[in-house]
Design a protein around this ligand. Structure first.
Ligand code: ADP
Ligand code: ASP
Ligand code: MG
Length: 594
């Protein structure tokens, strides 16, 4: 018998009328012959209200008690839903995370799922009941209630779908599906019929609030077809599946993360191991970092900048300040007025000029970019919060995201083939995971084809990246990685990689650019090695980058550029260290490599 998981978000269960409407959706699926598991969020803004109440008492309530408090929101909805279904003449049973046995680690407020016991749910389903599970919550091995992080009900839903080998996971929300960007911010945004796991994971992790990023990790790992639909209509929605909408479009969507902050550790002694200490302390606190950029400096010191969620700023500053003292760096500063605007697309991997197009769109409107990082399938830029809305709109327009690509694939027909897709990971492999959310690494490889160029002390003006990368494109240089950040005294430092064969040409050009802008003479390395770690959910597993830094730091290997995404972490080191770095990293991840 087929089994469907239906998840309803806060707005979709905000009042009695909507609870009844959701109940009818479940009943319809049951009447069509499916077994149905519902996963529910707290009603409306209940979670926000609970958090506010706690904060009225103290700024830093203990995470354990916050989980106790927040988990009550979902418990209200599930019991009301069971009452609704029973009143409509259907058999139903509600379960909390603890009752089902959603076992998590003990990282309160950001716990990860380790296992799910399906026995109780199966028994209830076989008794003809609709099962109603509380989203967002679990229990650790000592019986403490945990929660999965804001928006975590999506993750509960996809995880249950994975554990029950459901035929599909339907996410009911307040928009018609997945759009090319947030339709509330950009009215021209277009709803897509489908999007790939990799793209959705990246977009979600970069700020597209429609799905909790970790839910897509589950979907990809366990090959769960997910469809995002409007709870207030019967529109077909958007499917999240292995293949992208179009095989040729470079960019499939754009996202903004408004509540971002930039932290800069100034004057860090440039020796192996220093960055490692900083990042591993932050990782230990389970704070996710993004956009890590080191400004290479001439005086033997560097500035390390990175972004964190605004909520994590005070904790991150505390950690950074203690590291500053230990390693003898100069100071730490934080800028809380920034936002991150990113574009994502699998097509970027094979097409050039995507970054340049983005910088161009922003530069043309005079929007200043204070940081840039790229990976194979995404480009992120840091701008001011005031300019973020406009930045998102102009980038959306520049990539014509409102227009459906001519070769776009149509809606997904849910057939057995969808589930049995080629991307499905082998059950045998998954059974080796101790926890369902454990990290998976596909490969660690070495790329010895690149050279690095660095422009330092470039006066920071709007449109700088645009002008530089336009000039580089005119010379038909293919740029791979790009990192830029504004460091001490407001000057920018930009590093990028090009094919080794183009190094001489690239260096001449860099000299010309440096002269034009009154920057310091460029530096570079004609032969760098790039070590690429590929997997799923790499950025959100906070400890990963720090493990890489640790093994390299211990071996005295300096990292010049790092780029992170959910699908890969790439680092560059000097050529003679390449093979050693690849080996050390592979060894470090032996357990996790597929
Ligand atoms: P729920 O409570 O149902 O989980 P959320 O508020 O978490 O709903 O997610 C739905 C919201 O996500 C939409 O109202 C929309 O504003 C926002 N959103 C952000 N990015 C996107 C996107 N790319 N596509 C669709 N919605 C998006
Ligand atoms: N109620 C939780 C929250 O608001 C979980 C969720 O809605 O997904 O974050
Ligand atoms: Mg949500």
């Amino acid at each position: 018998m087929s089994l469907i998981v239906q998840k309803f978000g806060g707005t979709s269960v905000a009042d009695t009328t909507r609870i009844l409407a959701a109940a009818r959706k479940a009943i319809r699926a049951a009447k069509e012959g499916h077994q149905v598991v519902m996963v529910l969020s707290a009603m409306g803004k209940t979670t926000d209200a609970l958090i506010k109440q706690a904060r009225e008492i103290t700024e830093r309530p203990s995470p354990r008690e916050m989980d106790m408090l927040m988990s009550t929101g979902e418990q209200i909805t599930i019991s009301l839903m069971a009452i609704a279904l029973e009143s409509l003449g259907y058999k139903a049973v509600s379960y909390t995370g603890t009752q089902i046995g959603i076992l998590t680690d003990n990282a309160h407020t950001k716990a990860r799922i380790q296992s799910i016991s399906t026995e109780k749910m199966r028994r209830s389903l076989n008794e003809g009941k609709i099962v109603i599970a509380a989203g967002f919550q679990g229990v650790d091995d000592e019986g403490n209630v945990t929660t999965l992080g804001r928006g975590g009900s999506d993750t509960t839903a996809v995880a249950l779908a994975a554990a029950l080998a459901a035929d599909a996971c339907e996410i009911y929300t307040d928009v018609d599906g997945v759009y090319t960007t947030d339709p509330r911010l950009v009215p021209e945004a277009r709803q897509v019929d489908r999007i790939s796991y990799d793209e959705m994971l990246e977009l979600a992790s970069l700020g597209a609030g429609v799905m909790h990023n970790r839910s897509i990790e589950f979907a990809k790992k366990y090959n769960v077809p997910v469809v995002v639909r409007n709870s207030g209509s019967d529109a077909p929605g958007s499917w999240i599946v292995p293949t992208p909408e179009s095989p040729t479009q470079p960019v499939c969507g754009a996202a903004v993360a408004r509540k971002e902050a930039r932290i800069t550790v100034v004057g860090v002694p440039d020796r192996p191991g220093v960055a490692m200490m900083l990042f591993s302390r932050i990782a230990d606190a389970k704070i996710p970092l993004d956009m890590i950029v080191q400004n290479i400096s001439s005086d033997g010191r560097t500035d390390i900048s990175f972004t964190v969620l605004d909520d994590d700023v005070s904790q991150t500053l505390e950690i950074a300040r203690s590291v500053v003292q230990t390693v003898g760096a100069e100071s730490v500063d934080a800028d809380r007025s920034v936002a991150k605007v990113s574009v994502v697309g699998l097509g970027m991997e094979t097409q050039t000029g995507v970054a340049q197009k983005m910088f161009h769109a922003l530069g043309d409107r005079g929007i200043n970019i204070s940081m840039i990082t790229t990976s194979e399938i995404k480009i992120s830029t840091l701008v001011t919060q005031e300019s973020a809305g406009e930045a998102l709109r102009v980038v959306h327009e520049a990539f014509n995201l409102h227009v459906r690509p001519t070769d776009a694939l149509g809606p997904v027909e849910l057939s057995p083939q969808v589930r049995a897709s080629e991307d499905r990971l082998e059950g045998e492999y998954l059974s080796r995971l101790t926890g369902m959310e454990d990290i998976i690494i596909e490969s660690v490889t070495l790329d010895q084809s690149q050279a690095r160029l660095t422009l330092a002390q470039v006066p920071d003006t709007p449109g700088l990246a645009e002008k530089i990368f336009d000039r580089i494109a005119q010379e038909k240089l293919v740029v791979d990685m790009i990192v830029q950040s504004v460091g001490r005294n407001g000057s920018a430092s930009i590093s990028y990689t090009v094919p080794r064969a183009a190094y001489e040409q690239a260096m001449r050009l860099a000299e010309e650019i440096a002269q034009t802008y009154g920057a310091a003479p460029p530096s570079g390395n004609p032969k760098i090695a790039k070590v690429m770690v590929r997997g799923t959910g790499l950025r959100s597993h906070t400890g990963l980058a720090s493990r890489i830094f640790r093994v390299l730091g211990d071996a005295g290997i300096n990292v010049s550029i790092i780029s992170t995404s959910e699908r890969s972490i790439n680092i560059t080191v000097s050529e003679d260290n390449g093979e050693k770095a690849r080996h050390l990293i592979s060894k470090e991840f032996t357990k996790e490599i597929l």
